[in-house]
Design a protein around this ligand. Structure first.
Ligand code: NAP
Ligand code: F7E
Length: 351
């Protein structure tokens, strides 16, 4: 049984990771931020300690509060620390660059220092949620050998976190590992990331809950995997014999356009594209109704055109490989969102 400490436990990845660890019999401690509205919907229903079996504990905490982190680590004495907390939205990082640098970058250093001050540097195993965004404009396929070329405040902050993690490994001999994860998604994905935005809003259109979906760059390509598979990799990294840096990816990429077409097909709609650039629209081929429009507010000041990872090292060293195909991932997300929208539409009809 391992005692685990997770920052970002209320997020997509944190919820899958906590589930995986609890299912193995581990004890899980997560920090949550005080918020004026509930932010625990991804975890609450799932991990109540009702059966007396699951060892799941929440503590108030924020990555910007170093003293609290030291106190919590001293009290909890974790074996594993997973640093998943971040301002994780790339486009929004252009709106709040300083805050993103603080939380997504500097806070990793704060947490690593808290580990040292709590006297845990020699025994704790630390996982840093690094990102394929750090590769930015580097051509695919990207691997552990690819030089970083970050294209956003988010990516620059993640690059700082990557290097400081490596630095603490080299300077203090800490078991500090970077998981360089390519995009990973799920029905629990935040609604303003493009996969979930598409599956949810096309389902809303299908059930008459909204009219059109506004998107940005349709031609960006990403390597999309399933969040739960990627959290399995995070655990394998901390169970490995030595700390290292690993790329986690499916090795296959698709454009935003292909993603929209695939999600529409699963909802019995077929998209036909007309026009160019900002005037391009996606119509339902059967009815001619406009389903997708372009809104320049979703363009980024600097775009990352093509991410496609090479996870050969993780496969060879950790024995990890993705279990879920792109098609199955999108089907899982569409089915989830269609179910929710059908329920909402039914309730509305009754009112
Ligand atoms: P997410 O859903 O946006 O979750 C982010 C988590 O961080 C939430 O629990 C959030 O808490 C917490 N958080 C934000 N600011 C915080 C602060 N100041 N103090 C404490 N907690 C804070 O992100 P995700 O998709 O699960 O990703 C997990 C991590 O992996 C992130 O670091 C992300 O940058 C990185 N990553 C993600 C991907 C991906 O494709 N998903 C790929 C590579 C790397 P609230 O609920 O209170 O907001
Ligand atoms: O955008 C394009 C957009 O916001 C993907 C985070 O988890 O993965 C994620 O970052 C692509 C981009 O993810 C819309 O321009 C088009 O090219 O879903 P996204 P991301 O920026 O790749 C990395 C690995 C992380 O580490 C991050 O934390 O889709 N796109 N139209 C759009 N994107 C959004 N969000 N909304 C649109 O309307």
């Amino acid at each position: 049984m391992k005692r685990c400490f997770i920052t970002g436990v209320t997020g997509q990845d944190g919820s899958y990771l906590a589930e995986l660890l609890l299912d193995r019999g581990d004890e899980v401690h997560g920090i949550i931020r005080r918020s004026s509205s509930f932010n625990t919907w991804r975890i609450h229903e799932r991990f109540q300690n009702q059966d007396g079996q699951k060892k799941f504990y929440l503590h108030y905490g924020d990555l910007s509060d170093g003293m609290n982190l030291v106190r919590l680590l001293r009290e909890i004495q974790p074996d594993y620390i997973f640093n998943l907390a971040a301002q994780s939205h790339v486009r929004i990082s252009f709106d709040i660059p300083e805050y993103t640098g603080e939380v997504t970058g500097l806070s990793t250093l704060r947490l690593l220092e808290a580990i040292r001050q709590a006297g845990l540097a020699d025994r704790v195993r630390f996982y840093q949620a690094s990102s394929s965004e750090m590769f930015g404009s580097a051509p695919p396929p990207q691997s552990e050998e690819t030089p970083f070329a970050p294209r956003s405040p988010y990516a620059c902050a993640k690059a700082f976190s990557y290097y400081i993690t490596k630095n603490y490994r080299e300077s203090y001999g800490m078991f500090a590992t970077n998981g360089v994860l390519f995009n990973h998604e799920s029905p629990r994905r935040g609604e303003n990331f493009v996969t979930r935005k598409i599956t949810l809003n096309l389902a809303r259109i299908k059930y008459g809950l909204s009219d059109t979906l506004a998107l940005g760059n349709l031609d960006a390509r990403r390597d999309w995997g399933f969040a739960r598979d990627y959290m399995e990799a995070a655990v394998l990294m901390l169970e490995h014999d030595y700390p290292d840096d690993f790329v986690i990816a499916t090795g296959e990429s698709h454009s935003v356009r292909e993603l929209a077409e695939q999600a529409a097909r699963l909802l019995d709609m077929s998209i036909e594209w007309n026009g160019e650039g900002r005037n391009e629209v996606g119509r339902d081929a059967k009815t001619g109704k406009v389903l997708i429009v372009i809104d320049p507010k979703y363009f980024r000041p600097a775009e990352v055109d093509h991410l496609e990872g090479d996870a050969t090292k993780a496969k060879a060293t950790l024995g990890w490989s993705p279990k879920t195909s792109f098609q199955d991932l999108i089907r899982m997300m569409v089915e989830h969102d269609a179910r929710e929208c059908s329920r909402e539409a039914y309730t509305k009809r009754l009112q």
